[in-house]
Design a protein around this ligand. Structure first.
Ligand code: NDP
Length: 302
């Protein structure tokens, strides 16, 4: 039996996407501007192909232009840099997303830092990360932003709450921690060297798990009534060989104790793509100096 409120990421992302579509339509009607998202895929990794197609489809469905660049796995760093520079200079492109990971011969950091920060809709450029650290307005990476929106949707005022973030990656753990700090939470960032994780987790009013370890967080690690955001996506083997997706939290046990919890799949995942669309809209407005079109900062109410 589940006692927790299930935080439905699909429903939440549909709400956000509908608000974004309305703003995209307003941008076109008022200013004749259509946001453009360029996605770059190097190689043929099946998971990356699925992610990129889904991003393109969502952009088109929101009324944006989608420009896809598929490059062979053998692409050189120089050729990829040349494409990024071309996209930087293209006024029809407001957001650039280079799907990660990249093949071994390409230095990922060199590519990320070559993207114009104004078009950095993945929020991974050091300038975007630095602005988040400094508390300024920035393009925030999509998964962390999605986590914050889901939290704010169930708890509009989290000032003073204890937040524990499991994981300190540039992609998830660090930006989630900064976003929670900017909301005036007292934040502890835990990692693989942290001692006594169960006790630490039990202090958390808000617990964000982003470690990539299947069901590591047990039910008795969760403080009764806590908000639990499970970012992890792990495929575990099943007898039929197809595998099954689970998060970093033992959902069955934790959902009996938490106050609100995200499932996997169907929690944080769907918010990531919706937030990419939000960043593309925001980037388009900023690049054109548009201030009279709504760029949502929270999930619209139900
Ligand atoms: P990384 O592997 O980059 O980082 C994992 C972090 O977890 C590290 O900081 C690591 O610590 C920490 N960690 C690992 N093992 C333990 C442990 N036993 N105890 C405590 N901390 C531990 O992963 P990402 O941040 O990129 O992703 C995390 C998870 O989120 C993955 O499952 C990934 O698939 C998922 N994800 C989901 C997304 C979505 O849209 N839903 C988007 C992005 C990621 P240390 O630094 O000490 O090594």
């Amino acid at each position: 039996m589940s006692l927790a409120t299930i935080i439905d990421g699909k429903e939440a992302s549909a709400r956000l996407k509908s608000a974004i579509s309305a703003s995209v339509a307003a941008l076109k009607a008022k200013h004749n501007i259509v946001p453009g998202l360029a996605t770059v895929l190097v190689g043929e990794d099946p998971a990356s192909q699925v992610y990129v197609r889904s991003k393109q489809k969502t952009a088109t469905a929101a009324g944006m232009n989608s420009f896809q660049h598929d490059l062979p796995a053998s692409t050189s760093q120089a050729d990829l840099l040349a494409l990024v520079r071309k996209l930087n200079a293209d006024p029809a492109v407001n957001g650039i997303l280079v799907q990660l990971p990249l093949p071994k011969q390409i230095d990922q950091f060199a590519i990320i830092t070559a993207i114009d920060p104004a078009k950095d809709v993945d929020g991974l450029h050091p300038q975007s990360a630095g602005r988040l650290l400094a508390g300024g307005d920035s393009l925030v990476s999509c998964t962390p932003m999605g986590c914050l929106m889901l939290i704010a949707d169930v708890a509009p005022n989290i000032a003073g709450k204890n937040a524990v973030v499991l994981g300190r990656s540039i992609l998830v753990g660090k930006p989630v921690s900064l976003l929670l700090l900017n909301e005036n939470c007292t934040v502890t960032m835990a990692h693989s060297k942290t001692q006594d994780l169960p006790s630490l987790c039990r202090t958390a009013d808000i617990l964000v798990a982003a470690v990539g370890r299947p069901e590591m967080v047990k039910g008795d690690w969760v403080k009764p009534g806590a908000i639990v955001i499970d970012v992890g996506i792990n495929r575990i083997p099943t007898p039929d060989g197809k595998g099954r997706l689970v998060g970093d939290v033992d959902y069955a046990a934790a959902s009996k104790i938490a106050g609100a919890i995200t499932p996997v799949p169907g929690g944080v995942g769907p918010m990531t793509i919706a937030c990419l669309m939000l960043n593309t809209l925001k980037a388009a407005c900023q690049q054109h100096g548009v201030t009279d079109v709504v760029v949502p900062t929270r999930l619209p109410s139900r």
